[in-house]
Design a protein around this ligand. Structure first.
Ligand code: ADP
Ligand code: ADP
Length: 224
């Protein structure tokens, strides 16, 4: 059973003057442990596809299944829980909280979930795993490099132990050497069994994936 399944998903944005078909009848199965790169020109529908897979938006028509559950059958609380427990999100711009230190940034999803401070030491363990020295844990995001910020963002995405990692241009703000370091971390996570879906413009980054999907005008035009 695929971990992510889209059946005839169409997404239409309704604007005052017209409608934009951002995804046009897309069907797609992604199995557990796959590492998928999504490519395509600007405006082709990549972000829209990621928002659908990430359950951040409901399809205009068609169905999305995560672990076999149709997200249309979930209420708001169940959808929030599914996003929190099943999916980790990594963004181009890191999206760390500037006022929190690095450990607190990683801890934050646990506080949202358990309504109390974390004392397990798991945030620290994850920060070490992504290669951050412990003398950095109390630094603020603005005090470290972009590469280090993305490491922290990866640790944060992992803190609820999601089966799926969604990465939207994870190396888009990084130089090539730092990009390669982040991609090695993502590759290790995939080898450990995590399913990864990643949008990228860069061929050298897409090389880390085992399956490449190209979309154009809201349709899949290449998949292998
Ligand atoms: P990509 O990520 O490949 O650049 P997008 O998914 O962002 O593509 O956009 C696909 C199409 O949908 C584009 O024509 C874009 O202008 C349109 N679009 C995206 N988001 C919105 C929105 N919130 N409202 C209206 N149109 C949108
Ligand atoms: P990386 O190769 O990890 O991206 P850089 O070459 O950008 O790192 O940075 C080298 C060192 O300078 C690192 O130890 C990093 O933490 C530090 N550094 C980078 N940017 C900043 C900053 N804005 N403020 C403080 N320290 C920084």
């Amino acid at each position: 059973q695929p971990v992510i399944s889209l059946k005839n998903v169409t997404k239409v944005y309704v604007l005052p003057s017209d409608e934009v078909v951002a995804l046009d009848n897309v069907s797609l199965d992604i199995c557990e442990g796959e590492f998928v790169a999504i490519m395509g020109p600007s405006g082709s529908g990549k972000s829209t596809l990621m928002n659908q897979i990430g359950c951040l938006d409901i399809p205009t028509s068609g169905d999305l299944y995560i672990d076999g559950r149709n997200i249309r059958d979930l209420n708001d609380d169940e959808l929030t829980e599914l996003r929190r427990d099943k999916i980790g999100y990594i963004f181009q711009k890191f999206n760390l909280i500037p006022l929190l230190d690095l450990r607190e940034n990683v801890e934050y999803p646990l506080i949202l979930k358990h309504k109390k401070k974390d004392e397990s030491g798991y945030p620290e363990k994850l920060l070490k795993m992504v290669g951050l020295e412990d003398n950095r844990f109390k630094h603020k995001p603005a005090e470290i490099s972009g590469g280090q910020q993305q490491r922290v963002a990866v640790a944060r995405a992992l803190v609820n132990d999601p089966a799926i990692l969604l990465c939207d241009e994870p190396t888009g703000n990084l130089d090539s050497k730092t990009s390669a370091q982040i991609m090695e971390i993502l590759s290790d996570l995939n080898r450990d069994g995590r399913t990864i879906v990643m949008v990228t413009h860069e061929d050298s980054v897409a090389e880390y994936a085992h399956r490449k999907i190209v979309i154009s005008d809201g349709r899949i035009v290449h998949d292998n």
